[in-house]
Design a protein around this ligand. Structure first.
Ligand code: PMT
Length: 412
């Protein structure tokens, strides 16, 4: 999986920098092409003279080569990289990355990176636990950066606690998992419903909800990053992804969303219903703006909207995997289980508004994924990490279903 991949290995100034040489060797032995980028402080801990022969390339640290004036282009490096791994990553560099402070070659390369970025933080336990570091880690996770958590153990200060950089072998496993995952949806088609629906009352008013589309588009981005061709039928949201692998069909009402979803889901290998669809719509939409002066009270008669997930899933074919969401405030698992059966789904992702940081508009979510044979509860994570967990579960489910189909065929 790693053979021939382009990896930028970023190294910052901490004691754990000595382990970067081991990580570099492991990556090279796995067949990767590695470009080392060091911060000035990193060179106090390990020299380019050690790293350059290991990578087979001159180490980059400054914007210009001192002797020739040659420009080292962070933009070219960002485009070249299939993956950027920053190990160790100090509190200072985490802060700069989280806030776009581009005052060295490593952070400018990070800001130019087009592909996935992983960081392996390393620092003293109190620095790691400080609200500022945790805030920066949360910001980076929300930006889609993969955090390889620091481990517990003895630190450079001889204190014992959380702050040790993950071992190079552990980081290599994460790199391998990234490239394995990256390819696993190649050739697949994924369709999603995303965001809210707006149900018009008159030309200026509507019934809607708080969905921002962040969860749905995080899944769309994850599927695209793993090689799928993605189509998202999206209600009105503030931000749409700009990704050539994600086609977006913009709709407003539940009826429009259903019509588009019926068309698109039948062509998909995987269908995911993340939208918060308005369950009811006004029976009539006034042609003109309803005037406030006209009446002291107002009654709007609502009629039921179609259940898109239920209707589309009726047409589900063999080989298709359909996933629904359940947004609950109480009795979450029982309700999600009922939706799994009633809507003919393979999986339901339960999120609860009772959990802080979960649900609408947040950059994080806390989900339990429910299938017919197991419930897996995940901690609070960035929506992009939640998306990766959901897609992992979908791929495992499909592999198991294929296995069962193969067994049946062999038995015949
Ligand atoms: O967009 P964000 O701000 O990031 O917020 C994400 C989210 C909270 C909207 C998302 O995580 C989520 O929970 N989406 C589903 C919300 C919902 O409508 O849940 P539900 O339990 O009412 O519906 C169950 C399932 O049926 C969902 O898959 C829903 O898309 C689908 N449904 C519901 C009603 C309807 N008329 N048509 C549907 O397709």
């Amino acid at each position: 999986m790693i053979k021939g991949k382009h990896i930028v290995l970023g190294i910052t100034g901490g004691i754990a920098a000595y382990k970067s040489a081991i990580l570099l060797r492991l990556l090279i032995k796995s067949g990767a092409e590695v470009q080392v980028v060091m911060t000035p402080a990193a060179k106090e801990f390990i020299t380019p003279v050690t790293l350059s022969p290991l990578s087979g390339k001159p180490v980059v640290s400054d914007f210009f080569a001192a002797n020739t004036g040659e420009w080292h282009s962070h933009v070219d490096l960002g485009l070249w990289a299939d993956l950027m791994v920053i190990a160790p990553c100090t509190a200072s560099t985490l802060g700069k990355m989280a806030n776009g402070i581009a005052d060295n070659m490593l952070v400018t390369t990070y800001l130019s990176a087009k592909e996935h970025v992983m960081v392996a933080p390393a620092m003293d336990l109190d620095m790691y636990a400080s609200p500022s570091t945790q805030r920066n880690l949360a910001t980076l996770a929300a930006d889609g950066v993969e955090i390889i958590e620091a481990a517990e153990g003895e630190l450079a200060s001889h204190l014992v606690g959380k702050g040790r950089m993950a071992e190079p072998e552990e980081i290599l496993k994460r790199v391998e998992a990234f490239f394995a995952r990256k390819e696993d949806m190649k050739g697949m088609k994924v369709a999603l419903t995303v965001g809210p629906t707006y149900e018009k009352i008159d030309p200026v008013r509507f019934i809607g909800n708080y969905s921002s589309g962040k969860m749905g588009f995080a899944i769309a981005e994850e599927c695209a990053a793993r090689g799928a061709e993605v189509v998202a039928v999206s209600g009105p949201v503030n931000a749409y992804p700009e990704n050539p692998s994600i086609r977006i069909i913009k709709v407003e009402s539940a009826l429009e969303m259903e019509a588009a979803a019926k068309e698109e889901f039948k062509k998909a290998d995987v269908g995911i219903f993340t939208a918060a669809v308005a369950d009811y719509r006004p029976e009539v939409c006034a042609d003109q703006k309803i005037k406030r002066e006209a009446t002291d009270e107002m009654t709007i008669r609502l009629v039921k909207n179609p259940d898109i997930a239920l209707n589309v899933s009726k047409e589900k074919e063999k080989g298709q995997t359909f996933v629904g969401f359940a947004l609950e405030t109480q009795d979450g698992e029982a309700n999600a289980q009922k939706k799994l059966e009633k809507k003919n789904l393979d999986m339901v992702v339960l999120n609860s508004l009772a959990d802080k940081g979960a649900g609408f508009r947040t950059d994080t979510n806390k989900v339990t994924i429910i299938t017919r044979d197991r419930n897996v509860a995940f901690p609070l994570k960035s929506k992009r990490e939640v998306a990766a967990d959901i897609v992992d579960m979908i791929m495992t489910h499909r592999a198991a279903a294929d296995g069962v189909a193969d067994e049946k065929n062999t038995a015949k």
